[in-house]
Design a protein. Structure first.
Length: 318
């Protein structure tokens, strides 16, 4: 009898440990992403606004969840297999419906490297044709970055998995009773950037075309003139909710202040610097008004100089 009680005691401790481990895992998953409800069927999953790290596993962006009568539409799957699993765990706190469609809004790793996980669950994947081409061109570099610059654990299970369908400029979808329109109007941060519009809900998921709270990054291949044009096309939709690629879902005024006005000011400042025969070697130290007013954005110190350099190189060819 005494031995039986000991066995039951050990079993109870084991069961308690499993329950505790499960609760800790759920808490860890929840800490990676904040669920921001925009309507009964539309949500933003808001990740850390800092750089990719071993802690966030590539959830350091904002992702979209659209709940339809036929399943969940996910806007962007994160930058790794682990990120995709964290995103899925967050979705499960919203609905038990399966993820049936994943939209990649671009070729930044955060926008597509989690595809394989959702593909394994049977999800259909869509992106712009230009994004697909750029994903394939960047895959080796991005996968290597996960393993070499972050950690092997970060990269574990992450493979390049590509969209089943592409579109050129515009694509209208019906998932259940939800109308979803995809737009690609030329390059922005990267060549294939697109945005997702829900006309009935007046919600737009912008991918890397809009960044709020965190300073946007300008890449060597960015086209800031086209980027500004993309932003103005989003403005014309008159969305009630703007879900940026980084930052909390917000309104158009905040999106304009943190993205459009910064891009316009940056181009103007760099152009003035070039007109005054400023050397490219010193442009990264450019920190004049009104650019200094953007110190409020996360990542200003890290990105401001690099952004100025990339815009300088772009303007040389305009």
């Amino acid at each position: 009898m005494k031995n039986t009680m000991g066995q039951w005691g050990r079993f109870a401790l084991l069961l308690l440990g499993l329950v505790t481990s499960s609760a800790m895992l759920k808490a860890e998953q929840a800490s990676k992403l904040e669920v921001q409800k925009l309507s009964e069927r539309v949500y933003a999953l808001v990740g850390q606004r800092g750089p990719m790290s071993k802690w966030n596993f590539g959830t350091n962006a904002t992702f979209g969840v659209i709940v339809t009568g036929q399943g969940v539409v996910l806007v962007d799957p994160g930058a790794s297999d682990k990120a995709a699993r964290y995103i899925h765990a967050a979705i499960k706190t919203i609905t038990d419906q399966p993820v049936v469609l994943v939209i990649n809004t671009g070729s930044e790793d955060l926008r597509w490297l989690g595809n394989a996980y959702f593909h394994s669950l049977g999800a259909r994947i869509i992106t712009s044709r230009n994004a697909l081409q750029d994903q394939k061109a960047r895959a080796s570099e991005q996968l290597g970055r996960l393993e070499n610059l972050i950690s092997e654990d970060f990269a574990a299970g992450t493979v390049d998995s590509y969209a089943h369908e592409t579109f050129e400029r515009e694509m209208e979808l019906r998932v259940g009773d939800m109308k979803i329109v995809l737009y690609h109007h030329g390059p922005a941060y990267l060549p294939g950037d697109s945005y997702v519009w829900l006309p009935k809900e007046k919600v737009v998921f912008t991918g890397d075309i809009v960044s709020t709270e965190r300073m946007l990054a300008v890449a060597r291949v960015s086209d800031t003139a086209s980027w500004i044009d993309n932003f103005r096309k989003i403005e014309k939709l008159k969305p009630v909710h703007v879900v940026p690629g980084h930052g909390h879902a917000t309104d158009m005024a905040t999106a304009r202040a943190d993205t459009l006005e910064y891009l316009v000011a940056l181009r103007k400042a760099v152009r003035a610097y070039m007109d005054n025969e400023g050397a490219i070697e010193e442009v990264s130290s450019l920190n004049q008004y009104p650019l200094s007013s953007y110190e409020r954005l996360i990542g200003y110190d890290m990105l401001m100089g690099r952004n100025a350099l990339h815009v300088y190189m772009e303007l040389e060819w305009e």
